[in-house]
Design a protein around this ligand. Structure first.
Ligand code: ADP
Ligand code: MG
Length: 421
């Protein structure tokens, strides 16, 4: 009887250790907030699960001389499923290597089962990775159940080992634990994926919202050019005014083309790519894209840049940040106003302050800023704009500072580390 409760306790402690380490590693990874690298690299996977396998073996319970029972199959399975084939092979070696010092007949069973399950994971994992996550959890739980049965059946066939209660305890705890840990891992993965999706979704919302004002703004130069062409047509003999008119027409068209290009390049989905960014260019492009909306709302824009360093980041994401903040500023000034962008440097940081003379926010609203779905714009707002800003700026190693006074205006200051040397 003592032996059984010791087995049960040992397995539960093992589960606790696995859960704590899986959670810690995942939260550490999430806290780094890198938006693109949402999943751990193979090396991290390997090390984490290798440590877990070793810890599990150290916590294992010897049921029958030479046979160790623990949950080391769980880290092996997780590493094999999510880490890819190289990690799987590495962990299979670990599984066998850590078992060697303990010797006993169980070693043979371990080697046999490890090889068998490695082959199974090798073929199952790619097939199941296309399936919905629930299916994946069910299948691998079933797989773990089979492993636990084999782990007991083989010794009982050859070594006169007929402890049925131990069968139930080991198999039950291993199966349930596998389910728990896999479920947890899938939940964490899902959260990360949703987070990335919401940034994409948010961009689509902004893009479609800006489309109306952009197309309106393109119509103006077209009308101007049309008028010029008519003038030239009416009086083709006047070369001096005609050259002047066609020069203006060409520059108007060039300008419109540029705005469309910037807008389209922003709208296009981009794979994230960190490069050295020329902040001036990014601000100017964002200004181009947002300008039509500002004109529509009677907002004047003034940009005064005095920085001379570059920063690291993704160009498209940085534009998304600027456009979101600028758009909020414009929307805060329903009856017109001034939107100012200034940049400066302080120590090793590049700061960009975006100031509006709009309705402002109360202290309570400022603290809620960045909360998903916090919006005072009713159906016009998504409440995802500032959340995206915070996440993207964070991923670039930057910070966001908000100063606001009701009915006076808001200043949002973004601060990024500069590229030195
Ligand atoms: P949305 O713009 O879709 O409402 P955001 O996350 O961009 O969502 O902004 C959330 C809320 O914060 C806005 O609804 C608005 O009430 C407030 N807010 C954001 N920026 C400003 C600003 N510059 N001035 C006043 N209020 C602002
Ligand atoms: Mg917004």
């Amino acid at each position: 009887m003592m032996n059984h409760s010791a087995l049960f306790n040992g397995l539960l402690i093992n589960l606790l250790v696995i859960l704590i380490i899986v959670l810690l590693v995942n939260f550490y990874h999430l806290s780094k907030k890198s938006v693109n690298k949402s999943h751990m690299g193979p090396f991290q996977f390997f090390v984490t699960n290798m440590v877990l396998i070793i810890l599990s073996v150290l916590l294992s319970h010897q049921l029958h001389s030479g046979f160790l029972y623990d949950l080391r199959f769980i880290p092996f399975l997780i590493g094999g499923i999510y880490g890819g084939r190289k990690v799987l092979i590495g962990l299979a070696f670990t599984m066998i290597a850590v078992r060697v010092p303990f010797m006993g007949h169980g070693l043979i069973v371990t080697i046999l089962l490890t090889i068998l399950s490695s082959i199974a994971i090798y073929y199952l994992s790619p097939k199941l990775s296309e399936k919905p996550w629930r299916i994946r959890v069910y299948w691998f739980t079933l797989f773990s159940f089979c492993y636990s049965i084999l782990g007991l059946l083989i010794p009982s066939l050859f070594f006169d080992f007929k402890d049925y209660l131990a069968f139930v305890i080991y198999s039950g705890v291993l199966t349930v634990s596998t389910f728990l840990v896999l479920y947890l891992c899938e939940m964490i993965r899902l959260t990360v994926i949703l987070q990335m999706e919401s940034i994409k979704y948010e961009k689509m919302q902004v893009v479609s919202h800006l489309a109306a004002s952009i197309s309106h703004e393109i119509r103006n130069p077209l009308t101007t050019v049309k008028g010029f062409l008519q003038l030239i047509n009416e009086d083709p003999t006047n070369p001096s005014t005609n050259t002047e008119l066609s020069k203006v027409a060409v520059s108007e068209i060039d300008r419109a083309t540029e705005v469309i290009n910037h807008y389209l390049s922003f709208a296009k989905p981009h794979p994230e790519e960190k490069t050295e960014l020329d902040v001036t260019m990014e601000i100017m492009r964002s200004k181009d894209i947002i300008m039509p909306l500002a004109l529509k709302k009677g907002v004047t824009m003034d940009v005064e840049l005095s920085h001379n360093h570059t920063i690291m980041g993704d160009s498209n994401k940085l534009q998304q940040v600027f456009i979101n903040v600028l758009k909020n500023g414009i929307e805060a000034m329903e009856s017109g106003g001034a939107l100012n962008v200034v940049s400066y440097e302080e120590k090793d940081r590049l700061l960009i302050a975006i100031n509006d003379t709009g309705i402002g926010m109360t202290q309570e609203q400022v603290t809620r800023l960045g909360e998903p779905y916090f919006s005072l714009k009713g159906t016009k707002g998504t409440g995802l704009g500032m959340m995206t800003v915070f996440q993207l700026v964070d991923a670039m190693g930057g910070t966001v500072n908000v100063q606001s006074k009701v009915y006076q205006g808001t200043t949002i200051t973004l601060s990024f580390p500069v590229v030195t040397g």
